[in-house]
Ligand binder design. Structure first.
Ligand SMILES: NC(=O)c1ccc[n+]([C@@H]2O[C@H](COP(=O)([O-])OP(=O)(O)OC[C@H]3O[C@@H](n4cnc5c(N)ncnc54)[C@H](OP(=O)(O)O)[C@@H]3O)[C@@H](O)[C@H]2O)c1
Length: 247
């Protein structure tokens, strides 16, 4: 059960992390396992079970698609049956679809909103009944949800919506003694950013005061202490090498 004290040492918390098959979500899962917590990794494909078993006996993998409501009912039921509840929920699963407003298709818009915004809302709604007082929800935002990047209407709108959801739920779920915060990565080396051209990559890195991309482990580290902080809720924590200062 989660304790309302700072969490620097292994704590026996039970985490559920969406989008944990790779990238930032996987780095958060690996860190929590390494520090002695139990972690349920969620991804869309059955291979998530093997990804979890590679992290050791404290990890389990459950396949679920956050954009599919029926998949989430099953997720909540399985976690409830196996662990009895969870202490930390990380809404990390996300996808990016780009294109100027004239080119954005309805399908791009719906897919992005249903994964990045409706997905976290539904995951939270189905898992809150399984969360213990003192628990934490960490939503993963994006700089694009705070600043206007041309060509990012779907993604920016979805992440801006997630910021609003974070703040409303921080106020709403405080009565259950659940904290809800948002960690905002800047420009991080993952599959999501791997297709960006060298030219665009250099242009973005030039705007980052620390002059480099972030690593998934650097975001995971922040998620760890945000999840364990006892007096932080409704906060937005930028972890972006200073990018927001330069936009
Ligand atoms: N990389 C960056 O620079 C950056 C910057 C700001 C914010 N972020 C945010 O950080 C989060 C993680 O991004 P990343 O860079 O690590 O991306 P990534 O490498 O593309 O990983 C995305 C993860 O989300 C999962 N996923 C996608 N759609 C899903 C769905 N419908 N249901 C369940 N899982 C789903 C994928 O798993 P499967 O494909 O196995 O299902 C994968 O594990 C995202 O929310 C992203 O918007 C990233």
């Amino acid at each position: 059960m989660a304790k309302e004290t700072a969490q620097a040492a292994p704590s026996g918390r039970r985490w559920l992390i969406t989008g944990a098959s790779r990238g930032i979500g996987h780095a958060i899962a690996a860190l929590a396992c390494e520090r002695g917590d139990k972690v349920c990794l969620v991804g869309r494909h059955a291979a998530i079970a093997e990804v979890a078993s590679a992290l050791g006996k404290n990890a389990i993998g459950i396949a679920a698609d956050v954009s599919q409501p029926e998949s989430l009912a099953n997720l909540a039921r399985q976690v409830g049956e196996r662990w009895g509840g969870i202490d930390v929920l990380v809404n990390n699963a996300g996808l990016h679809r780009g294109g100027t407003i004239e080119r954005v298709s309805d399908e791009d818009w719906e897919a992005t909103l249903s994964t990045n915004l409706s997905g976290p809302m539904r995951v939270i709604r189905s898992l809150v009944p399984h969360m213990e007082p003192g628990g934490a929800i960490v939503n993963i935002g994006a700089v694009v949800g705070f600043r206007g990047f041309p060509g990012d209407s779907c993604y920016g709108a979805s992440k801006a919506g997630l910021t609003g959801l974070t703040q409303v739920l921080a106020a709403e779920l405080a009565r259950k003694r659940l904290r809800v915060n948002m960690v905002v990565p800047g420009f991080v080396q993952t599959e999501m950013t791997s297709a960006i051209s060298d030219r665009a990559r250099k242009a973005i890195v030039n705007r980052i005061p620390l002059q480099r991309m972030g690593k998934p482990e650097e975001i995971a580290d922040v998620c760890w202490w945000v999840a364990g902080s006892t007096y932080m809720t409704g906060s937005v924590i930028f972890t972006d090498g200073g990018l927001m200062c330069n936009l």
